[in-house]
Design a protein around this ligand. Sequence first.
Ligand SMILES: C[S@@+](CC[C@H](N)C(=O)[O-])C[C@H]1O[C@@H](n2cnc3c(N)ncnc32)[C@H](O)[C@@H]1O
Length: 419
Amino acid sequence: MSKSNHILRPRECTAKSPAEAPSQLPDSPAIQRTEIAINPVTQQDQLLNCFAAVPRGAEELAAAELVVLGISDAKPGKGGVSFRTDRAGLYHANLWLRTASRVLVQLAQFPCSSPAELYTGVHTIAWQELITPDMTLAVDCSLRDSALTHSGFVALKTKDAVVDRIRESCGSRPNVDTALPDVRINVHLHKNICTISLDSSGDSLDRRGYRLERNEAPLRETLAATVVALTGWDGSIPLADPMCGSGTIPIEAALLAAQIPPGLQRQFGFQRWLDYDDRLWNNICAEAEAGTRRLPVGLITGYDLDNKALLLAGRNSAKAGLEGQIHFFHAALQDFRPEGDKGVVILNPPYGKRLGEDDDLRELYCQIGDVMKKYCRGWTGYVLTGNLELAKYIGLKASRRYVLFNGAIECRLLKYDLY
Ligand SMILES: C[S@@+](CC[C@H](N)C(=O)[O-])C[C@H]1O[C@@H](n2cnc3c(N)ncnc32)[C@H](O)[C@@H]1O
């Protein structure tokens, strides 16, 4: 499958003079130089300082995913994983990471307590080697515990420094396009240290491309993948989701078991960069496609009371390349009877904050406990909920609890060993 459709291949700008267009970042004591591969031919193997942004609670999992991809120096921290890799590794990370929300490539880091320091630090980067005047850009900004407190202002000041630098080199400047920019710049200020990065993912990585419409309370794809990873399920025993809604958990489990990369259906930010290597990317995708496998009947099943949600689950799984490989059934939880003497059952019941009210849900949580206790012996049960009060009505003792976030909602994934 060719991945080169709709990819912008802009012209590089011709700099006015070598003095105006340094080929390297200057060695300023304030700027930690990070080497970004600019020329695809001469700098293909150059190592890039990367950061995979990860929802809280999934940092160790994302680091383990990177190790499987052959990136051994992955260091999990708060909110993400730092690692160094070459361009092929960057492409692999975007294609394969199931739990990360984006992959940033760091360009520079400098102390920054004032607008002037911000402007100078950003202006020092040789932007004309990364963005030409006929490309578009957008700036995302996040701030924490810093003197500069207005993210809109920081983004604007950064944009000014970038376009000024390009105008000085090329004679004209690129435009801003917040919706679909060629280059997405990320500014992160933490304790007055500013990190400037390029966002290699573009759209957030949870947008796999298979979700056609949204049902009422769908799980984010990265959260569903995190849940599956935390269960330790490896595709060797059945997995069932008795409240599957639009099917996000079964689909993420199926992508994992079928060895399908979650990013195979979508485009990435790096595909619009000047150094984009189409042949390298196509080879990586072709290799991934060749390694997929078909899932055995009955391995992954989903159930729900809501026919509309089930219709969506079927459509989404077909779009994800899993047609006929996940089996969805219309059934109420109280009728759920898993087959086989062991497996993993994952439930993501409504928890009141977004669907229904607590009073109506107490009985449902009691039923979850009853069904797991009576009919799921030998299986391992998991319940993802954002409501710990309701979780008490399950009436079973959880053997493990994981803290996860569904957007801003703090959730628990509760594990039940069902004897
Ligand atoms: C929070 S949603 C699940 C969302 C799902 N994980 C997704 O990504 O789309 C809860 C689901 O439980 C289903 N549900 C509620 N009560 C049920 C019951 N008694 N039996 C089966 N399904 C039920 C709802 O129809 C809804 O689809």
